[in-house]
Design a protein around this ligand. Sequence first.
Ligand code: GLP
Length: 266
Amino acid sequence: MSFLIYMSNTFNKHTRVNSLTYFDDAEQASIYTAKQIAELIIEQQKQAKPAVLGLATGNTPKVVYQELIRLHQNEGLSFHNVISFNLDEYYPIGPEHIRSYTFFMREYLFKHIDIKPENIYIPHTVCSPDRIEDYCKYYEDRISSFGGLDLQLLGIGRNGHIGFNEPGSSFESTTRLVNLHSLTREDAHTDFGTIDKVPQQAISIGIHTITQAKKILLLALGEKKSEIISKALKGEISTQVPASILQTLSHVEYILDRDAAALIHE
Ligand code: GLP
């Protein structure tokens, strides 16, 4: 069962409205999210336009991608008009590294669908330090060249990060090299084996870049996210909780399962 609630952030100085949809379980929330993405792709196809997607990594979107693959394999959904930009990538890490987000995207989505390889953008993090700034500008320019992101899919870190925009990131930030927060590195340590193997840095698109997307879906699943979801949706808008900026935007939909939503009504 799903519930759609329009939230008015009356406890903040901002009074715009965004929406919250929550589901009994993570699978239903993920399938709903995939459906939203598929509908956008099809809508753009009808108008002979590209669908410019901002995509996320982590455990949260895995079932979303599984469902998109199912729609492609069983229901004829084509990705021929999709241009995708990933949010972030660890630095420095090669695209063949098993923990790179490039590897993740290939395994969990791209190799199973008909997206054109030349339409896939993921921050490339093997460039030398002196070239990073130019590279980040290039990444931003590529997004702009397609008219910006039609839809940005987001997860959320336990410290409120979106992409790798860690607490303290400016709301005006664009694509850049960032230092990873200790909680982010701790959460990634099981993937990498030990904490010292987790990269210290990443390239991430900025908060400004994210907020410019025409539609934003923030998906959060599980009890581990309940505390930060409550802060991000109901707390003060602060750079200390990067996702809190989304409260000010009308084109955001939070999609939660019951566990992630557990604390928002308290
Ligand atoms: C990583 C990614 C984020 C993601 C977050 C949450 O740090 N850079 O984009 O939202 O982790 O990960 P998970 O979905 O595994 O909880």
